[in-house]
Design a protein around this ligand. Structure first.
Ligand SMILES: NC(=O)c1ccc[n+]([C@@H]2O[C@H](COP(=O)([O-])OP(=O)(O)OC[C@H]3O[C@@H](n4cnc5c(N)ncnc54)[C@H](OP(=O)(O)O)[C@@H]3O)[C@@H](O)[C@H]2O)c1
Length: 297
């Protein structure tokens, strides 16, 4: 029987452990603080930052939010970043992407103090991850690693095919899974839009991770017998629902679940893990900055 990997359950266990670490920090006088910055009023981004703030409240992290007008000059955003870099009560923060067109996102990332970069996107943190000394693992790849751990799949020597090479998912995940480490040691193939014969590369894999942004690109015929399938994709497609759309992954769930040994649903798979791992990075940042040791899940 195919295992449906319950991301909500794994995330909630992680959050429970984080709550304990948060109380240890708070008892020592250092309640972890996470700030979100939103430039402009993109509705999807607003939803994401609201969810992040709600998550903070639920686990006992002090959440703060800063809005910057969408037409403000870059300098105004940089001043906000500099203030957050200097604020000892903010242990981690992020600038919600996408930023307006007149802002250079790479310049934004480089301005963030790498010690507070809980998204893990600053070049210093990317370099540390590649070198096998990660400070903050980017939230989605880290969440995928935790789901694989919960699924009890042995990565040692396993063939993993990742479809997608973005800076936030595919590339960091590939780098994590090839590390000489218990949660690494895989043989990783990274596919993208120029890959030829994608199906052969997914079919031969023990683990397939889809992070593409194309609804149901991967179907059951592209998955080998007994493979583990992690679907990172979140795509809105028109549907006869109250909202007029539904969310589907990059994997065709119904046909894939026939072959797969285990599969994540969308929603309820990777999404809750990404949110949990942002809290994890915030607690880790607070622990490093305050010198208070805590046990992380
Ligand atoms: N659940 C979560 O928490 C979470 C977090 C992050 C992202 N997501 C979702 O994950 C998906 C991917 O996000 P992303 O930010 O990584 O996307 P992205 O930056 O748009 O990257 C997509 C990748 O897929 C590749 N690709 C596109 N079409 C392809 C095709 N037909 N065959 C093979 N490869 C193809 C692209 O190749 P090229 O490089 O050649 O263009 C690119 O490497 C999206 O649905 C996003 O909403 C979910």
């Amino acid at each position: 029987m195919t295992e449906i990997i319950d991301g909500n359950a794994v995330a909630s266990a992680i959050r429970a452990e984080l709550s304990e670490a948060i109380e240890t920090l708070a008892d020592a006088g250092h309640r972890p603080g996470l700030a979100t910055v939103l430039m402009g009023d993109d509705p999807a981004s607003q939803t994401y930052v609201n969810m992040k703030q709600r998550d903070c409240e639920e686990v006992g992290i002090e959440g703060t939010h800063v809005d910057v007008a969408g037409d403000a000059p870059a300098e105004e955003l940089f001043e906000t970043i500099d203030d957050l870099n200097d604020d000892p009560d903010v242990h981690g923060y992020l600038v919600q992407a996408p930023v307006p067109d007149h802002i250079d996102y790479q310049q934004v990332i480089r301005r963030i103090d790498p010690a507070k970069d809980v998204d893990g996107f600053h070049p210093e943190n990317v370099g540390r991850l590649v070198a096998g000394d990660a400070r903050f693992r980017p939230c989605t790849p880290h969440g995928v690693q935790k789901l694989l751990e919960a699924t009890d799949v042995s990565l040692e020597g396993a063939d993993v095919t990742i479809v997608g090479r973005s800076d936030i998912v595919g590339k960091p995940l590939a780098n994590l899974l090839i590390q000489k480490a218990d949660d690494g040691n895989a043989t990783v193939t990274v596919c993208h839009s120029r890959t030829e014969n994608l199906a052969a590369k997914t079919r031969s894999a023990d683990v397939v991770v889809a992070a593409v942004g194309v609804p149901e690109l991967i179907d059951g015929s592209m998955i080998g017998e007994d493979a583990v399938v992690i679907d990172v994709g979140v795509n809105r497609v028109d549907a006869d629902t109250e909202k007029g759309y539904e969310l589907v992954g990059d994997v065709d769930f119904e046909s894939t679940k026939e072959n797969a040994r285990a599969i994540t649903p969308v929603p309820g798979g990777v999404g809750p893990m990404t949110r949990a791992m942002l809290l994890y990075n915030t607690v880790k940042a607070a622990s490093i900055q305050t010198g208070v040791d805590v046990e992380l899940p």
